[in-house]
Design a protein around this ligand. Sequence first.
Ligand code: PRX
Length: 648
Amino acid sequence: MSEQGSTTANEGHQYPPDPELAKTANARPEMKEQGLEEFWGEQGTQRLDWFTPYDTVLEWELPYAKWFVGGKLNACYNCVDRHVENGKGDKVALHVVPDDGPDSLESRDITYAQLQEQVVKFANGLKELGVGKGVPVGIYMQMIPEAVVAMLACARLGAPHTVVFGGFSGKAVAERCNDLEAKVLITQDEAMRGGKTAPQKTNADEGLDAGPTSIEKVVVVRRSGNEIPMSDRDIYLDDLVADVSGDPESCPCEPMDAEDLLFLLYTSGSTGKPKGVVHTTAGYLLGVATTHDLVFDVKEDSVYWCAADIGWVTGHSYIVYGPLCNGVTQVLFEGTPGYPDKDVWWKIIEKYGVTILYTSPTAIRSHMKWGEQYAQSRDLSSIKILGSVGEPINPEAWEWYREHVGAGKAPIMDTWWQTETGHILITPLPGITTLKPGMAQQPFPGVRPEVRDDEGNELGAEETGNLVLTAPWPGMMRGLYKDDQRFRDTYWSKYSDAYFAGDGAKYDADGDIMLMGRIDDVVNVSGHRLSTFEVESALVEHADVAEAAVASRKDPDTGQAIVAFVSLVGDKEGSEELEQALREQVAQSIGKLARPATVIFARDLPKTRSGKIMRRLLKNIAEGEELGDTTTLVDPTVVTDMQKQVSG
Ligand code: PRX
């Protein structure tokens, strides 16, 4: 039996809430009884500081919502300044843990007062480059504190940011910056991960120099300190802020309308280029702060750690805006789970007394594979609440997480949400929900999910259908950047009265919801969202490729893995070298995480007589399943050849 096999998943196992936790939990059962405007209105008044109070909680004209209409506020003020003004300046905001772990000489703490000074300086520096209200800024960085500071500095000025995941290619950066006509890009000299340095600024340059770019100035944060090529377009952050003031009065927080743009975040859809998801100020900030507080039961002395990356929505909502709005102390870890040692996570928890850990099923499965001895060798008794996000968590991983990280008792919050939803929408609540491994279970207060069939009928227990949301919520996307039609087509056309999430789901007999994964061509690799279309486009950029189609298969480590089917031009033959070259092509075009796990070379792709690729068959082949009817194919032997390659 494998090590992780010692805790087998207990199908149907339930864990009732701890009565002690129930007594002190921030979430109250009555919240679910409140009307949605009543609930969010109350939260909006209590949790946020407003420069001008709002008049109306919600104006809803499907598909566009306006929340807290008439209100003025600033996200940076709520996340930083007000804590300092309220006497919490000396509280640690960030325990900064560098790549080489918590024992590193570079590990350090940043208090809220220090964070404020850094943000003010950064914002003053950006002002000198012409950044101000409504001027978009690109950010392409790793998990270093300056990334958080950069986002907050933008928010302070009212400049919308778009963060591009630091592992994406320079091409991805350039495309996104051009889309929103960003003039300034913030990046760092080099990335430091797993004990190695990797180019960051040079990657950005490659993308920006490949074609026309909107970027006029690149701010470079020194991380590795190594010499890198700099041009007239570039300026080091140190130089930019050398002579600027760090006094908050030198750069007051810009009063923003509740519905002013806070940020754009590009995410993969099933077709076309990545979608620029629009998030505005008040509703988003309130949504992330409320969910962070109630789902993770945040207390004044909580030490919180979200092991996501700021390049994804989880980092935006649950590293930057939610936790900082709630004035929490948190860990910011630059590195990876296995470096410098496989116990680095547990060392971090032990050193800082982490009480709340929020991570992905993929990370949990890596730890599971390495064995529980690493977690057992450290004192994890500080842990009170665990969280999971990004993909469905398999019950084995859930049980392992609870047993070995949560001392067999910490409740796990399996949180379902999306880039588009802005914040958690389906989740258990501490002290309230009887937990079921592998299910996100319950709508957050004010959230109204349904499961429907393709015709729009609401389905009953144990019937799998499409997850929809029938009422608005404050952090919901306010459209796709400059693309109203695509917004309506993607999310609001399947059903005329509800948001279509793109996920399969079912209710059980108790009314708990289980998420079943994407129902479109979006692939979820290690909790990272990619579209098969983007990977196909990258593959056909290679001169030897005639056609490419991409499917996914289940993977025990990464949840899903990408399988690419490729037909070659002329009489070119597939080879290991070509497979490597294609994987490299995808890494260059999108980023390493999008590289196919398997490449299948084929004479042709399975097509019907009308020339349509039968994607269902590719999926079957990738998963090693029975093929069913192939008689409509022009050449049925194409698929049998493919099957042989998969089975090796
Ligand atoms: O399929 C769902 C899956 O991740 C998708 C959203 O991906 P993204 O926009 O990148 O945001 C990830 C972080 C929120 C969803 O459509 N997903 C996310 N969380 C869960 C999940 N699937 C099942 N259970 C979850 N807890």
